[in-house]
Design a binder for this molecule. Structure first.
Ligand code: AP5
Ligand code: MG
Length: 256
């Protein structure tokens, strides 16, 4: 175990710090009276500390954070399933988290249900709270897949701040482009299968309005950061997934 940080090592007086932090093992070496083995032990310990530090930094560097973006019914959930399987990311779907709260009848769920059933976005403060809980729970993540988030410019800023606290950033935002006629067809078809309370024609139209007014401005936020990638979302889901794979692999290669 190496409880001494690299900063401790580079600052003066290694020896005293080492004895303090490593108590028993140091005493054992000292009682054997071997300066050589103590020096060797310090040297070895120093190398390991460097190595652990490097691994930690490499992990941050390779964290893959994807946001899957698009209007209601564009296939965010469908593509997320395939992306999660391939890239082994932590899935953060704000819609699923809210539906889970509704099913568990939490206070937040009750508040969210009234809005979701009308097709209106849940306030940013509630989403920020949910998100912070999710991200801090998953400190050892390889990366995150955000599905249906961020949905407002305020949420985009919240995400940027939270990721920067984790020493990382959004790798890419992928937008699934599908026309309204096809979106409506898909959602009405899904209403017969899944029975989601917001898949009625009246609520679908309200969700489209919310998307146009509150969510579309998020596109410019990511265009300005060169992380916005539009993709044709019409066609076989597997073919669309192949396009996403190619795009992600290219972005990752360019960023390395
Ligand atoms: P959310 O659950 O995120 O819903 P949504 O954005 O409206 O999108 P959907 O989940 O309906 O569609 P999807 O794009 O995932 O498509 P899917 O793969 O399912 O949000 C629900 C509500 O929660 C919001 O209205 C809001 O009130 C609230 N909320 C959530 N997040 C929030 C946030 N961040 N801020 C504020 N409020 C928030 O596909 C749809 C159907 O099409 C399926 O049946 C699927 O099988 C089919 N399909 C998929 N791909 C294809 C394809 N290529 N070809 C043919 N059919 C396809
Ligand atoms: Mg979805």
């Amino acid at each position: 175990m190496l409880p001494i940080s690299i900063d401790d090592y580079v600052s003066s007086d290694h020896f005293v710090r080492f004895i303090t932090a490593n108590g028993l093992s140091s005493v054992f070496i000292l009682t054997r009276g071997s300066t050589i083995s103590l020096n060797f032990f310090l040297f070895f310990s120093n190398i390991l500390t460097h190595f652990a530090f490097m691994i930690k930094n490499l992990k941050v560097y390779f964290m893959l954070n994807i946001a899957i973006f698009g209007p209601p019914g564009s296939g965010k959930g469908t593509q997320s399933k395939m992306l999660l399987e391939k890239y082994r990311l932590d899935h953060i779907s704000t819609g699923d988290i809210l539906r889970d709260h509704i099913a568990r009848k939490t206070a937040l769920g009750t508040q969210a249900k009234a809005l979701i059933d009308k097709g209106i976005l849940v306030p940013d403060e509630l989403i920020a709270q949910l998100l912070e809980e999710q991200l801090t729970e998953k400190v050892d993540s390889n990366g995150f897949l955000f599905d249906g988030f961020p949905r407002t410019v305020v949420q985009a800023h919240i995400l940027e701040d939270l990721l920067s606290k984790l020493n990382t950033s959004l790798t890419c935002m992928i937008s699934l482009e599908v026309d309204k006629e096809e979106l409506t067809r898909r959602l009405l078809e899904r209403s017969h299968i899944e029975g989601r309370s917001d898949d009625t024609l009246e609520v679908i139209l309200e969700r489209f309005k919310e998307y146009t007014h509150k969510t579309v401005p998020v596109i410019d936020f990511y265009k300005n950061r060169d992380t916005f990638f539009p993709v044709n979302g019409i066609g076989e889901p597997e073919k669309i997934f192949e396009t996403l794979e190619g795009l992600i692999d290219n972005v990752v290669r360019d960023k390395k």
